[in-house]
Ligand binder design. Structure first.
Ligand SMILES: C[S@@+](CC[C@H](N)C(=O)[O-])C[C@H]1O[C@@H](n2cnc3c(N)ncnc32)[C@H](O)[C@@H]1O
Length: 458
C-alpha cells in the first residue's frame, strides 16, 4: 500500500523541482524533491524514488498553494516532462532562473561577487518553439506521438503543445496522420521492432519555410516518396522532407544516414532586427538552431555588446553551429573564425557567409579542444572569444587553450548553469574572472536557464 506524507515546499532545485523535508519516521529530515510544486505549497506526496541523500516524491494532493501558483494552460502539463513550470506565474519563473544561476555560481565555482542581472523575459512565453520533436509509440492499437513522462521513456500522447510554434506543430500533425494512414508501426525501444521512431519539424519564423523529418528505424519506408509528395502538396511552406535513418539502440534521436524525400535539404530563415541587423540563414536537419528565435535576437545582442566588439577585433566564435553569432560578429569586427564539430552545420555556415556577402570570416570543422590550439597559428590570436557550448559545457582543454591565447574578453553563452559554474572554476584557475552574468529566458515554462557571462582577466 502506498504511504503518503505531507511536506511544505521551501525552495526549488536546479531541475526546477520543489524541495521539501521528510517529517517523521526513519527518514526524518531527508530532502525530498517533488516535481510540479513551488515554494509555499503544502502537499501530500508519495515516495517514488529513494537515493542515498535524497528522495523523489510525487504529488498526491495539493493541500495549500504557495504564492504565484497559476492554472496550467495544457491538459497534460502535470504528466508531461516537456514544460514542468507551467504551474508558476511567469515573474516567479524569472526570479527562480536568476536564483538557480546565482546558486550554481556560488556553490560550485565559489563565485559570490559576480553581478547576477535580472532574467530577461522572453518576448513570447507560449508558441515560441520553432522545432517540434516528438517520439512515437503504440497505444491501444494506434500510433501516438507526444512527450516523455518525467524520468521515463513512457510517451504521454499530446497533439497540441502550447510552447510550440503552430506552423511547426501542424507539420508534425500531418506526419502523424500519414503514419496512421500508411499503417507504419511505431518503434519499440524494448523489442527493437517497429518502423518510425520520431517525428520532427522546424519552422523558420522569419520566412515561414518549414521542414519535416521522419526518423525511421529502417532504411526505407513503404511508399515514402509518394507520402512526402502528398504531405508537401497539402502543407504550404513545407520545402523539405527528409528521412533520417537510426537503426541503433540508443537515446540519441538522429541517426547518421539521411535521405531527401522531397524538396531541398534545408530551410532558410531571415533572422534579426534593426539593432542586431538581419541575415539569412540556411538550416539543415542536423544543424543546431536556437529554438526560441524571438529571444535569440536579444541573446545575441547581449553576447555581442558584452565585449564591445569593434573593427580592430579578431573574434573566435567557438561552438558556432550554422554561424549565427560568427556572422553578426564579423559584421562588427575585423575578422571572425567559427569552430564547430558538426559537418552539416559548418557547410551551412560557409553557405550562410556567402549568401550574406560576408567575407571576413572562416569556419573550421572539428572539436573545439582539437581545433583551438592550432587555429591561432593560422589566423592569429583572438582579441575576443565568444563560446556557446552544448549543455555538457566546454572541454577543459578548450577552456585552457582559450585562456592561453590571452584575448581581452571572453563571453560565455551557456544553457546550463551547472556546467557554466564548473567551467568558470577552470577559467578562474587560469586567472579569468566573471564580471557579470545575465540570465536570458530562452525557454519559458521550463526550468532551463540560458545566460551570457562576461569574463575578464584578473
Ligand atoms: C548551443 S549550440 C550553439 C550554436 C550557435 N552558437 C547558435 O547560437 O546557433 C552548440 C554547438 O556546439 C557544437 N558542438 C558540440 N560539441 C562540440 C565540440 N566539442 N567542438 C565543437 N563544436 C561542438 C554543436 O554541434 C552545436 O552546434
Amino acid at each position: 500500500m502506498t504511504r503518503y506524507s505531507v511536506a511544505r515546499v521551501t525552495g526549488l532545485n536546479h531541475r526546477g523541482e520543489g524541495v521539501g523535508r521528510i517529517t517523521g519516521g526513519p527518514d526524518e529530515g531527508l530532502v525530498v524533491f517533488i516535481p510540479g510544486t513551488l515554494p509555499g505549497d503544502l502537499v501530500e506526496y508519495s515516495i517514488v524514488e529513494r537515493k542515498k541523500n535524497f528522495m523523489r516524491g510525487r504529488v498526491k494532493k495539493l493541500l495549500e498553494s504557495g504564492p504565484g501558483r497559476v492554472k496550467e494552460v495544457c491538459t497534460v502539463a502535470s504528466r508531461c516532462g516537456g514544460c514542468t513550470w507551467q504551474h508558476m506565474e511567469y515573474g516567479l519563473q524569472l526570479t527562480w532562473k536568476r536564483r538557480i544561476l546565482e546558486d550554481a555560481l556560488s556553490r560550485v565555482a565559489k563565485i559570490t561577487d559576480c553581478e547576477i542581472r535580472d532574467c530577461l523575459p522572453s518576448p513570447r512565453i507560449l508558441n515560441y518553439r520553432n522545432k517540434v520533436e516528438v517520439p512515437v509509440a503504440e497505444k491501444d492499437g494506434q500510433v501516438v506521438a507526444g512527450f516523455y513522462e518525467p524520468y521515463t521513456h513512457k510517451v504521454v500522447p499530446s497533439e497540441d503543445c502550447p510552447l510550440e510554434h503552430p506552423l511547426s506543430r501542424e507539420v508534425v500533425s500531418r506526419l502523424l496522420q500519414k503514419v496512421r494512414e500508411e499503417r507504419y508501426t511505431a518503434y519499440n525501444e524494448v523489442t527493437g521492432r517497429g518502423q518510425v521512431r520520431h517525428l520532427i519539424s522546424r519552422v523558420a519564423p522569419g520566412t515561414g519555410e518549414r521542414m519535416a523529418v521522419i526518423v525511421a528505424a529502417i532504411h526505407r519506408l513503404p511508399h515514402e516518396s509518394r507520402v512526402a509528395r502528398e504531405i508537401m502538396e497539402s502543407t504550404p511552406g513545407l520545402v523539405s522532407v527528409v528521412l533520417n535513418v537510426n537503426t541503433e539502440k540508443t537515446n540519441v534521436i538522429l541517426g547518421d544516414k539521411e535521405r531527401l524525400l522531397g524538396g531541398r535539404y534545408y530551410i532558410k530563415d531571415l533572422f534579426g532586427d534593426d539593432e542586431l541587423g538581419r541575415l539569412v540563414f540556411r538550416i539543415s536537419p542536423k544543424s543546431f538552431y536556437q529554438v526560441n528565435s524571438y529571444q535569440a535576437v536579444n541573446l545575441y545582442k547581449i553576447a555581442l555588446s558584452a565585449a564591445e566588439i569593434g573593427p580592430r577585433d579578431l573574434v573566435y566564435d567557438v561552438y558556432s553551429g550554422i554561424g549565427t553569432i560568427a556572422l553578426f560578429a564579423a559584421k562588427r569586427s575585423g575578422f571572425c573564425a567559427g569552430i564547430e564539430e558538426v559537418g552539416a552545420a559548418v557547410r551551412d555556415a560557409i553557405e550562410n557567409a556567402r549568401q550574406n556577402g560576408i567575407d571576413n570570416v572562416v569556419f573550421r570543422e572539428g572539436k573545439a579542444e582539437r581545433v583551438l590550439p592550432e587555429i591561432s597559428a593560422d589566423i592569429g590570436q583572438p582579441s575576443v572569444v565568444i563560446l556557446d557550448p552544448p549543455r555538457g559545457g566546454a572541454e577543459e582543454g578548450a577552456l585552457r587553450s582559450i585562456a592561453r591565447q590571452k584575448p581581452r574578453a571572453i563571453v560565455y553563452v551557456s544553457c546550463n548553469p551547472a556546467t557554466l559554474a564548473r567551467d568558470l572554476l577552470i577559467l578562474k584557475e587560469c586567472g579569468w574572472y566573471p564580471r557579470w552574468s545575465w540570465p536570458v529566458d530562452m525557454f519559458p515554462m521550463t526550468p532551463h536557464v540560458e545566460s551570457v557571462t562576461l569574463i575578464l582577466p584578473r
